[in-house]
Design a binder for this molecule. Structure first.
Ligand code: HEC
Length: 153
């Protein structure tokens, strides 16, 4: 019985070592994360919120924490970044059509209002990325003003 447990642990450990070999390309060193913020002249405190809570998955530059070097954390993170960027990349904002910008602005406001973003699995570890009530109000006020501007375009 004891032998079997040892064997299982050993096999588990070897598998753990093997998955470390998989190291996908990192989401860093590309265009800076200011397409969206520049375009709308975002005040510093809005930029800080975006940087702290959104850019890890919705920009071309992720701020990787130490644990992200270890699998399977790395794999899950890259998956979120890939899916996140497909939906919305703040760096690419100026390449979006006016229509897409409108849709995405609606989406951003909705996600924040409904507490859907940042993802729960992310704020579990990045506690300070979770938006406070105050931050949510600031974001939504600012975004609503931008939205008006956008609808007049
Ligand atoms: C841990 C990664 C992560 C973080 C951090 C994150 N997102 Fe996302 N986001 C995703 C993923 C993955 C998707 C696509 C799948 C989904 O909707 O769950 C997504 C989708 C979205 C969408 C598209 C929804 C739609 O229907 O158009 C919006 C808008 C969005 N996020 C806004 C934000 C905002 C704003 C922040 C910061 C307050 C943020 N996200 C932070 C991972 C993230």
């Amino acid at each position: 019985m004891k032998k079997a447990i040892k064997k299982i642990l050993l096999v588990g450990f070897i598998l753990f070592l093997l998955i470390q070999i998989y190291q996908p390309v990192r989401n860093i060193g590309q265009a800076p994360s200011d397409g969206f913020a520049n375009f709308y002249n975002a005040p510093q405190q809005i930029q800080n919120i975006l940087q702290n809570s959104c850019y890890d998955c919705h920009s071309n530059n992720t701020n990787y924490p130490a644990y992200s070097y270890i699998q399977p954390a790395r794999y899950l993170m890259e998956k979120h970044i890939k899916e996140g960027k497909e939906e919305l990349n703040f760096n690419d904002w100026t390449n979006y059509s006016v229509r897409k910008q409108r849709n995405k602005l609606n989406g951003i406001i909705e996600q924040i209002e409904d507490d859907k973003m940042p993802l729960d699995s992310y704020t579990l570890i990045h506690k300070n990325a979770k938006l406070s009530d105050q931050q949510k109000v600031e974001m939504i006020n600012w975004l609503s003003a931008i939205q008006k501007q956008q609808n007049d375009r």
